[in-house]
Design a protein around this ligand. Structure first.
Ligand SMILES: Cc1cc2nc3c(=O)[nH]c(=O)nc-3n(C[C@H](O)[C@H](O)[C@H](O)COP(=O)(O)OP(=O)(O)OC[C@H]3O[C@@H](n4cnc5c(N)ncnc54)[C@H](O)[C@@H]3O)c2cc1C
Ligand code: SF4
Length: 329
């Protein structure tokens, strides 16, 4: 067994200072991912700084019409919040599609965004894995990769990011607020997670000791008509094969605005910029949705075992947008 210290700070700056002095330390949210990884010997922090009750556990309306989610809000509380359910239903749907009731009660908003990949080799310390041990190789490329990425992969890593919440936040243009050794930052959700490139060990642009304090949602009236669709092997308690988070604003049959993000297809939540650009200002219909999805997925480079994800992602996007045309769910 590996020993570690457990600390609580009374302020966010105190927590940041504690971690700044511990290069191998980590923040602890609900512990539903980090503690599992410690048990598997994948994560080996020598200090845990518990921040679950330190950051805000409130969902608050902002003066600009947006909403601030405290980093310590539980996944259950966030999914049930009336403001979120009314204005951003895809967020609530994304959260309720993940994990189990018990896990959602414990898991925090910040911890959910920073959970690590579910690639089986990452979780198995007996196998080579560039993300866990840089330079050892990627077992998935020649091995089991059915669940892994088709977009933005690198020869070093083909993992996917597992968070459903992050996909909805990317579609909504949310931003993450952090406090760290170098001060406060505001990071767009579209830039928080990275593609693997030659450094798959880095999941995000956060630096050691950066504490997520809140997530801000911008006002977006048409997000009230949004939907999160998750395709998976089991109807519950399973990670995504493909997800689509979408909101669409159609007036007189023309797409005035649209937001689309895919999950389960890349090392980061994948904002469908090309598809959105093709759709904006044009007619709303199945053919247009299909062409936009095909344009977005044209750069997909699947492996032998996950080529099925390309048509699956296309069809999921088309079906989700068509259902949104029928009105709020
Ligand atoms: C069986 C099972 C099924 C699951 N299914 C799904 C699913 O389908 N979809 C899904 O999205 N998720 C799923 N999850 C993942 C679950 O949602 C995550 O474990 C959870 O959201 C992580 O939140 P946490 O607060 O417990 O994070 P922790 O485990 O405490 O931390 C995770 C990471 O975040 C860091 N961290 C925590 N808080 C902060 C902060 N404020 N600032 C900076 N860093 C911080 C930690 O250092 C750690 O690196 C599943 C988990 C399990 C065990
Ligand atoms: S896909 Fe990434 S996480 Fe999985 S084995 Fe390869 S390097 Fe490791």
């Amino acid at each position: 067994m590996r020993t570690f210290r457990y600390e609580r700070a009374s302020t966010t700056s105190g927590a940041v200072a504690l971690l700044a002095e511990a290069p191998h330390g980590a923040f602890l949210g609900g512990g539903t991912n980090l503690v599992d990884l410690m048990k598997l010997d994948v994560a080996r922090p020598d200090l845990l700084v518990d921040v679950r009750r330190l950051t805000s556990d409130r969902v608050e309306e902002l003066s600009n019409g947006g909403v601030r989610i405290g980093a310590g809000v539980s996944n259950s509380q966030l999914a049930a919040d009336p403001l979120i359910r009314r204005r951003y239903p895809m967020l609530s749907q994304a959260l309720l599609s993940g994990a189990s009731g018990q896990l959602r009660n414990l898991a925090t908003a910040a911890g959910n965004l920073l959970q690590r990949t579910r690639c089986p080799y990452f979780q198995d310390v007996t196998t080579p894995c560039n993300k866990r041990e840089p330079g050892t190789g990627c077992s998935a490329i020649e091995g089991h990769h059915r669940d892994l990425a088709i977009l933005g992969t690198s020869p070093e890593c083909v993992a996917t990011h597992p968070s459903d919440l992050a996909v909805a936040l990317v579609a909504l243009d949310a931003v993450v607020r952090t406090e760290g050794p170098d001060g406060e930052r505001v990071i767009p959700m579209t830039e928080l997670h990275r593609l693997p490139g030659p450094e798959p060990q880095r999941d995000t642009v956060l630096r050691h000791g950066d504490l997520i304090t809140a997530i801000d949602l911008p006002p977006l009236a048409f997000a009230a008509c949004s939907y999160f669709r998750k395709i998976r092997d089991r109807a519950s308690y399973a990670f995504a094969l493909v997800t689509v988070a979408a909101a669409i604003d159609v007036v007189d049959g023309v797409v005035r605005d649209v937001r689309i993000a895919f999950g389960g297809v890349a090392h980061k939540p994948w904002r469908a910029i090309k598809a959105e650009e093709l759709l904006r200002g044009g007619p709303a219909g199945e053919d247009q949705f299909r062409r936009a999805a095909e344009a977005e997925l044209a750069d997909a480079r699947p492996l032998a075992g996950n080529a099925f994800k390309v048509p699956l992602a296309r069809n999921t996007m088309v079906r989700t947008l068509l259902e949104l045309l029928e009105g709020p769910r």
